[in-house]
Design a protein around this ligand. Structure first.
Ligand code: AMP
Ligand code: MN
Ligand code: MN
Ligand code: MN
Length: 276
């Protein structure tokens, strides 16, 4: 089985390393196939390809799309997309525009909780003017001493029900999967174990994802426990979905596992890369 890491981030979204450094780090750690999957953005891929050309590593064009499904936010990783696809780029631009509006509402909400200047404070951590996200707010909250680390920032301020959290409508599932299909890519339901849904809702999500044209689920994700890995391997078989693997690496000190640190896929699933 090739050593694949099909989910990671760079400074073109909320990662800490430039695309070329992500690529070099992955190659030096023995990754054979890497997908750079920045949130709602493909602008890091050109730099990543230039760096990958100096290594023996294969680089897959990817992105991680933000989607609203039945009142919850889910993420769909796109793999093997044509970044020049106009439908995809128009869709990604629309999602990014929503991010800026959401950030202003987040800042207002934090101000109501007594934390002033959060929009400018988060913007100081933005490394791609086209994209602001909760991670940038988390880094600002750490800087100001409101919390010890970014994980605590999410727990205390940035997740549902907390002072800095606001509801937001992302793309619909059928829009996102349509853009990915138009760009010739495969759609992967990212880190399913992270969604706060009961088992009936999860089956509903997996069925709808497949019926809308979804190809695969992340069976292996750094955010999954061993039990969740087994559970999603079983779901992949039952729902006829392919299996993917990704570290969701964001950079030194902010990630649980490093690039390429995932184990092999469990037996009995078909890898998303089987026809590559
Ligand atoms: P956004 O797309 O702006 O809502 O931000 C989502 C990103 O926030 C994820 O990709 C992670 O990088 C980060 N994130 C979400 N939840 C947590 C958490 N509990 N701890 C640390 N980072 C998180
Ligand atoms: Mn992220
Ligand atoms: Mn995600
Ligand atoms: Mn991610």
């Amino acid at each position: 089985m090739p050593r694949c890491d099909l989910h990671c981030h760079s400074t073109h979204s909320d990662g800490l390393l430039k695309p070329a450094d992500v690529v070099r780090r992955a190659a030096s750690r023995g990754v054979e196939v890497l997908a750079l999957t920045d949130h709602d953005e493909t602008s890091g891929l050109a730099e990543a390809h230039a760096a990958a050309a100096d290594t023996g590593m294969r680089l897959v064009d990817g992105a991680e799309l933000s989607v609203s499904w039945n009142d919850i936010t889910i993420h769909v990783v796109a793999l093997g997309i044509d970044p020049e696809c106009e439908a995809l780029q128009t869709g990604l631009a629309a999602i990014r525009a929503g991010r800026d509006q959401r950030a202003k509402r987040m800042a207002d909400s934090l101000a109501d909780a007594g934390i002033e200047g959060a929009y400018d404070g988060a913007a100081a951590y933005v490394t791609n003017v086209r994209l602001i996200g909760r991670t940038h707010f988390a880094r600002f909250l750490v800087e100001r001493g409101h919390v010890r680390d970014t994980k605590a920032a999410f727990q205390r301020y940035l997740t549902a029900g907390k002072p800095g959290y606001v509801r937001h409508s992302w793309a619909t599932l059928s829009q996102a999967l349509g853009w990915i299909r138009a760009a010739g890519g495969q759609s992967v339901l990212a880190h399913p174990g992270r969604y706060h849904v009961d088992s009936a809702q999860m089956r509903g999500l997996l069925g709808e994802f497949r019926d809308t044209g979804g190809d695969a689920i992340e069976v292996l994700s750094s955010s999954h426990t061993a039990a969740q890995t087994s559970e999603y391997a079983r779901h992949a078989r039952v729902f006829g979905l392919l299996a993917s693997s990704g570290s969701d690496y964001h950079g030194p000190g902010e990630s649980w596992v490093d690039l390429g640190d995932m184990p092999d896929l469990p037996a009995g699933v078909s890898p998303v890369w089987k026809d590559w």
